[in-house]
Write a protein that binds this ligand. Sequence first.
Ligand code: PHE
Length: 341
Amino acid sequence: MENLWQQIDALRSEIGSFATTRADEVEAFRIKYLGTKGVVKQLMTAMKEVPVEKKKEAGQLLNDFKSFVTAHYEQLLTGIISDKDASTIDLSLPGQPFPIGSRHPVTLMKNRIISIFQRLGFAVAEGPEIEDDWHNFGALNLPAHHPARDMQDTFYIQQNPDWVLRTHTSSVQIREMEKGQLPIRMLMPGRVFRNETVSARSHCFFHQIEGLYIDENVSFADLKQTLYFFVKEMYGPNAQVRFRPSYFPFTEPSAEMDVSCFICAGKGCTVCKRSGWVEILGCGMVHPNVLSNCGIDPEKYSGFAFGMGVERPAMLKYGVNDLRLFSENDIRFLRQFAAAT
Ligand code: PHE
């Protein structure tokens, strides 16, 4: 014990008189006294030898010593900094460039769409890109050999044909419904895959945003109001909307929605193929079979769903004429969106 007192005394005077403004010496000081194998650690280990009745006193002594060393180290540090400030930093040097990245146009469009529906209380849900047959097809009222499976050219996983690359994010709707927490008001953004020839207008993967609303007494009128709101926010107050009857196995009734062409304002151009209308999404009332497949009582609950692509509106908004540009990672293309919103 006596020994420990003496040792620490000696160390205190040694440390107290140590001064430097050199960074490497300050670091050496830290390693010597405060490092993992430093003097303070060694003394702590030596504590084991101290007899039990002296432990408390010795512990106090060591803690004080440690604070003393730490305080001295911090002083040395400020010494270096103030020294640097005064002489070694050249304040006239130009600053470091701070490059700012840009968001991908598909992400920009996705965020834009999501933010509109978020204002109506829709939350975002995500799910896996590799799906089982049940979530991508079966639960969506597309049993094996259903002809409508051919509507979407599916990539199957060779090792296990029960697995597919999801052809739509409707699979995430199933996953949300299976959780059984109602009501559901959700958006499902994500990448989807279809075996199509790659060209300027189609690709084997692209992005979708689907929406799902399930509660008691949800009607087609709610669906229309929600989509009207979306279109006005997205394409402005003058945009016109029309619904055309359509077919999807998972919705009944089903519709496709067109907006008046926002390029030519309905006068007729190449984007709307002179029709004045651009198709933007598919939608409908969730089929009762889909609800029961997910354990939801179709007598009590009803809901609507819709799904739209992200690339096409992004192409129209940013004037991109080739779908392949989105996935080529060409920095010259991507940089053009640094200021875009
Ligand atoms: N899943 C459909 C598709 O990918 C889109 C859709 C979603 C249609 C929801 C109706 C309702 O084509």
